[in-house]
Structures are given as C-alpha cells and as structure tokens.
Design a protein around this ligand. Structure first.
Ligand code: ADP
Ligand code: MG
Length: 355
C-alpha cells in the first residue's frame, strides 16, 4: 500500500461550495508531489484536509497504514509550511525553530542540538537566530519556517505555495534549496502551486486540478508529452501548445490547407479534432514544409526565437534557433511523432496506437 493513500475524498463547505470532487491519490515515500492548478481549483482545501485543518465530507485518508480521517492535526505527524510563513513574531527565530520541541518540554540540550542542525540545513546564521522574524527578509523568514518543520521529524511535509510571496529571483534560488532539503533529508512532500514552472522543475509526480477535479496525474515529462485533454495541454508549456483544427480520417490529419499522415492514429473519426503540437516540435524550413504561415511577429529570446504567425485564422507559434529572415511567409514542418490529437467535442486526447 502507498505511504499516503487518499481515496474518494469530497469536500463540500457549509455554504454549499463543492471544493474537491472525488480526489484519489497515492503518495509513495520520497515522492515530491505537486498539486498544480489555477486559483480556486481546490488545492489548499485538499492540503488542509490532509493536515487535518479542514474536515473531509466523505472519503478516506491513510498515512503509513493508519487511518487519519478523524485525527486532530497534532496527532497526524504532519508538518505544514504556509505561504505567509506563520511565524510567531514575539519569539526569537531560535524559539520559532525549536517551537514544537519546546512545547513538548524536550530536554534543553536536545532542543539546542536540533535547532542548530535545522538552522545549518536552511542556512540561518547564529546572528539571525537571535533576531525576531520581523527583522528578516521574506526569503529568510521562509527558511525559518522550513527549519521549524525539520525539527519535528514528521512523516509528511505539506507546503502551500511557500514561495509565492517572494520575488522571481529569490523564488528560483529557494526552489533549489527546497529540492536540496528534500534530497538530503529524504522527505516526502505534498506541495501546492499554481506555477507550472515550479511543478515541472520540482515534482516527481504532478496532480493537475481544475474546478475541484483531478484532470491528470503523472510525471512532469509524461503529462507534458501526453496531456489527457485540452485543459492539461494548454495549462503546461510556454508558449501555449499549438492547436490546429481539422479532421482525422484513416490515419491522416486533414486541414483545408494541408494533409499529413500520422502513423500513430489509425482510427477514422468524422468528428472535428485539434492537432496539438508544441512550438519546439515545429520547425521552420526553406522548402517542403507541411504548411505555410503568414508571420505576425518574431520574439527574440537570446538563445532562441519564437515566430508567431497565422495558418488561416489559427495562431501558430514556432520555436527556432535560426535567425528568421524578415519575410512575410515561411514554411513549417511538423515533427509528427510529437503530435497529440484531441476530440474537439469532448476535449479528450484520442487514443494513440503506438507500434
Ligand atoms: P486554491 O487553493 O486552489 O486556490 P481553495 O482550496 O482555496 O483553492 O478553494 C477552492 C474553492 O473553495 C473556492 O471556490 C473557494 O472560494 C472555496 N472555499 C475555500 N475555503 C472556503 C471556506 N472556508 N468556505 C467556503 N468556501 C471556501
Ligand atoms: Mg490556495
């Protein structure tokens, strides 16, 4: 059985909001699971239910072979880090980090050892230990909050958008620090974020949510390459995945301007589809392209450029490392093995028949 097993969990708030709808997830020891999704999709509600800060309406949660549904937060062996740090401003940084040990009346020497060990892991200096949290920067405060969770020796670490109050540069370096902490201490983490970059760079497993429902679970690479539906396809990746409308018949994708053979799709449907193809799986070629686009503008990003253009009315983005000539039109080639087809009506990905 998985380390943390969440089965058929629903949450309906007293005001009738159905915040989480039939949530199922298995978290293995040493997993770094990122629950990802737009604001209001139920991420924090789910995390707070794991922590026991919010009751579940129905379902079951098992941690380390023990049913935790009815347990109070302090009996769950779970530590949580919040977006706003949740530090005690009237206490020193030292006491904040050792808080859970001090309230459990642990021996002073043990407290001292654990506080020093935790602060060295999260790089809090002796001088900073003496200060009050208010006298620290945002990044340092979040380190203190992380340090406080380390002293607790808990089974599971929950983090709710811990980096979203930090500026972009600090966010990048704290991301690296959290990953180091995760690796060196062998943590099991469930991390909530609305930021796809955080999810892609940190997760061993992404749970992508939308409107209270899980849209897809998988490794970052898997969901990026094999999105289950249009929501997942468009939520991950910048620029957004290209979606070209057309039909599929006997293994061919048919658009008014062009046709291509797709070996992996044998099925014929008479329904409308979208051909999904990421900008890096398209290529600008001088001749024999699959279709032609009218260039709208080129975004120069240093190591690469993104060419934005139109195929009829459909916007198309193509990544290229070449310098693009200032022409009005260009030929584009599709890397066919990277294509994903979506049923336009159901928005679900069509079954592939990989050989
Ligand atoms: P996220 O963390 O993904 O932004 P939340 O879990 O905070 O989303 O919220 C999910 C939904 O539940 C939202 O529609 C939100 O307005 C609603 N919600 C959150 N907390 C409460 C509450 N205490 N009472 C009623 N509705 C709530
Ligand atoms: Mg939230």
């Amino acid at each position: 059985m998985a380390y943390l097993s969440i089965k058929n969990v629903h949450k309906v708030y007293p005001n009738g909001t159905h915040a989480v709808d039939n949530f199922n997830l298995e978290v293995e020891k040493n997993d770094f699971v990122v629950i990802l999704g737009p604001s209001g999709c139920g991420k924090s509600t789910m995390l707070r239910m794991i922590a026991g800060l919010e009751g579940i309406t129905s379902g079951e949660m098992i941690l380390d072979q023990k049913k935790i549904n009815g347990l109070s937060p302090k009996d769950r062996d779970i530590a949580m880090v919040f977006q706003n740090y949740a530090l005690y401003n009237h206490m020193s940084v030292y006491d904040n980090i050792g808080f859970s040990l001090l309230v459990r009346k642990k021996n002073r020497r043990i407290v001292h050892e654990k506080v020093l060990n935790a602060s060295s892991i999260v790089q809090i200096t002796d001088d900073q230990l003496k200060r009050k949290p208010d006298q620290l920067s945002g990044g340092q405060k979040q380190r203190v909050a992380l340090g406080r969770t380390i002293t607790r020796d808990t089974k599971l670490f929950l983090m709710d958008e811990p980096l979203s109050n930090l500026d972009a540069k600090l966010r990048g370096s704290m991301r690296v620090e959290i990953m180091e902490l995760y690796r060196t201490c062998g943590l099991t983490v469930v991390y909530v974020s609305h930021d796809q970059i955080e999810a892609m760079t940190m997760a061993t497993k992404i749970v992508l949510m939308n409107k209270g429902v899980i849209e897809q679970i998988g490794t970052p690479q898997y969901i990026y390459d094999h999105p289950a539906n249009l929501f997942v396809a468009t939520f991950l990746g910048t620029p957004q995945i290209n979606l070209i409308p057309g039909e599929v018949k006997e293994g061919k994708f048919i658009h008014p301007q062009f046709e291509i053979e797709l070996d992996q799709y044998k099925t014929s449907t008479n329904d409308r589809v979208f051909l999904g193809i990421r900008s890096e799986a398209l290529e600008i070629v001088s001749e024999n392209g699959d279709f032609e686009i009218a260039i709208d503008y080129v975004e120069f990003l240093g190591a690469k450029s993104i060419v934005y253009g139109f195929l009829d009315q459909t916007g198309v983005a193509v990544q290229t490392k070449e310098r693009v000539a200032d022409s009005e039109k260009c030929q584009v080639k599709i890397h066919k093995n990277k294509v994903v087809l979506f049923d336009a009506k159901t928005t679900r990905a069509l079954e592939e028949e990989r050989i």
